[in-house]
Design a protein around this ligand. Sequence first.
Ligand SMILES: Cc1cc2nc3c(=O)[nH]c(=O)nc-3n(C[C@H](O)[C@H](O)[C@H](O)COP(=O)(O)OP(=O)(O)OC[C@H]3O[C@@H](n4cnc5c(N)ncnc54)[C@H](O)[C@@H]3O)c2cc1C
Length: 583
Amino acid sequence: MITDKNTIAEAVPDNTGPDSTGPDSTGPDSTGPDSTGPDSTGPDSTGPDNTGPENTGPENTKKNPQKVIVIGSGLAGLASACVLAARGHAVTVLEKNDWFGGKAAVLHADGYRFDMGPTILTLPSVLKRVFSEANRDIDDYLELIRLDPQWRCFFESGNDGSGDRKADEQANVLDLVSDVDSMTANIVKFTSSQKDADGYRRFLKMSEQLHGVSDRFYFWKSIGGIRDTMDVGGAFSAAVLKDVMSLKMGKSVASVVRSHVPEKRVAQMMDHFTQYVGSSPYASPAVLCGIAHMQTDEGIWYPVGGTRAVPEALTKLALELGVTMRCGADVMRITSENGRVTGVVTANGETIRATAVVSNCDAVRTYRELLDGTPQSEKFERKNRYEAACSGVVLYLGLNRRYKHLLHHNFVFSRDPEEEFDFIYKRGEPAPDPSAYVCAPAISEPEVAPPDCEALYVLVHTPYLRSNHDWKKMLPTYRETILDKLERTGGMENIRDAIVYESALTPEDIHHRYRVLDGAIYGLASHGRFLGAFKPANRRTDFEGLYLAGGAAHPGPGMPMVLMSGWIAADSLDQDSARSAKR
Ligand SMILES: Cc1cc2nc3c(=O)[nH]c(=O)nc-3n(C[C@H](O)[C@H](O)[C@H](O)COP(=O)(O)OP(=O)(O)OC[C@H]3O[C@@H](n4cnc5c(N)ncnc54)[C@H](O)[C@@H]3O)c2cc1C
C-alpha cells in the first residue's frame, strides 16, 4: 500500500476477520486455453426453464414458499434476493463485510467520492427486469444518465510529425460513439481508411447477430455447457444450424476483430469490449464479440450517485420486499443431508436452517471451502479446471484540478496489445506498458470532488494473484509505471503534483475483501476458443436446493451479467419449488 493519508482499510472498514485462504490455497495454475471446458456436473440446467424469461411462474411458488439463504450481497446476491422475495419466498442475505453490494463499494475521503469497483454500466434492461419482478419502476429508485461518446481512447503512436502538440493529441485520440454512422465517420477521420470504417460496420452487424444468438440460447437460463444450450424445445432446425455457424467456433475475439478491422489501434479499442470479462482477446471465443453490440445498442449509463447507487437501490427494494439483510455474517459452511442442502453455519457458530441456498460466493470457492469434505466438492475439483480471470490495481486519486481533455470513461492504451496480454495472461506478470482505464466522473457529477477538482479512478488489469506476488512491495513501483503512462499517453501532465488524496486497491486487497478466486476481478476466465464462454451452471444437480449466482457462475462477470446470474438462480429455484409442489 502506498503512503496514504487515508487507507482503504480506514475509509471502508473490512471486518472480515482472518481469511485463511491465501493465494497459495487456490490450486495450481494448470488450465490451458481450451481446458476450461463445460461444467460437467451433469445435465444440471436443462429442462423446462430453458424457455426464456417470459415463462417464469411466480404464481405457483406462493403455494410452496421456500426458506432461502443467500450467501453474499454482491449485485448477483441482491438481485437473487429481490426476485425470490418478489415471488413469495422468505429470504435472508448473509454478508461477511459490513456493507452490501460486494465489489460495488464506495470510498469517501477528504471531500472525494470514489466508486471502488465497477464504473461502466451497460445493459440497464437487465437491472430494470429485476425491479419489474416486484412491479416496481426503476426510475423511482435510480437516476440513470446515458453517456455518449462512450469512451475516449488515447493511443501511443509517437506524434503526427507536425511538432504541434494539439495536432499530435488529436491524431492519437479516438472517441467511441454508439451511432454506427458517426463511429464510421470517426474511424475514417482517425485512420484515413474507408476500409477500416466499413470493417467496423460489418463487425457490428456480426456482433448484433451474436448478441441475438446469446439471447436465444445462452441468456436467462441456467447453462453449464454446450448441451444445455441445444435443449431449446428439442428442435434442431436450419435456423439453429445457421446460428451455430455464426458463432465462429474455434476463432478468437482478436482474430475476428482483425479480420474485420486490420488497423491496429481501432482493433485494440475493439478488443476492449471483452475486457469486461477479464480475459485475453487472443484466447477468448469469438462469441464474445457480441458484447460490442450489447454496449453500442443499449448504451453506457451513469447512475447518479455513482455505481454505488445500484446496490443501494437493490438493498432498498430487498428491504421493502421483506428480505432479512445481515452484515458481518461470515458463512463458513453449507450443510446438507442426503444430497439436499439444509442450511449454513456462520463463523460465530450460528446454524441457520434453510430449504435452499443461493451462493453468491465465488463458485469454485463455494465448492472448495463451503462444501469442503463432501464427495460433490471432490468431484467438482476433479472434473473442472477453471482459471481465474484477471485481477487489477486501482488507484483512487483526489486531484486538485481537472483534466479537461478527459471524458467520463477513458482508455489509455498500451503500445503493443499482444505483449500486454502476453504478460497478463501467459507470463503472469504485470505488463510493463499497460493499458489504463481512467474514470473522470466530475464531468457528469461535479459533487464527487471539491469544486474544479477530480476524483480520478485508474484501473490497470494485472494477472490474477500468484504465490510469488507481494503487492505491498510491488505497488510503489507499479504506481510509477501507471502514472508515467497517464502522463505520456493520456496527456495528464504533472499528475503527481495534482494528487492531494491517494489510495489504492491491489489484487491482494481484492482477494480478501470480496473472497474471490486468486484476486480475480471478473470471476472465471473465458479462455478456450470453443467452450470458453461456459461457467458453472446456476442450478446445481449434485445438491438439491443449491444455486450459484455471481461473476464465477453462468453467464459470467460484469454488472449486467451478474444481475442476470442472480435472476437465473432465483428463477431456477422458484421453478424447482413450483415443480416439487405439484409432486
Ligand atoms: C475494480 C473493479 C472494476 C470493475 N469494473 C467494472 C465495470 O466497469 N463494469 C462492469 O460491468 N463490471 C465491472 N467490474 C466487475 C463487477 O464489479 C463484478 O462482476 C460484479 O460486481 C460482481 O458481483 P458478484 O455478485 O459476482 O459478487 P461480488 O461483488 O464479488 O460480491 C460477493 C459478495 O459475497 C460476499 N461473500 C463471499 N463469501 C462469503 C461468505 N462465505 N459469507 C458471507 N459473505 C460472503 C463477499 O463479501 C461479497 O460482498 C469491476 C470489478 C472490479 C473489482
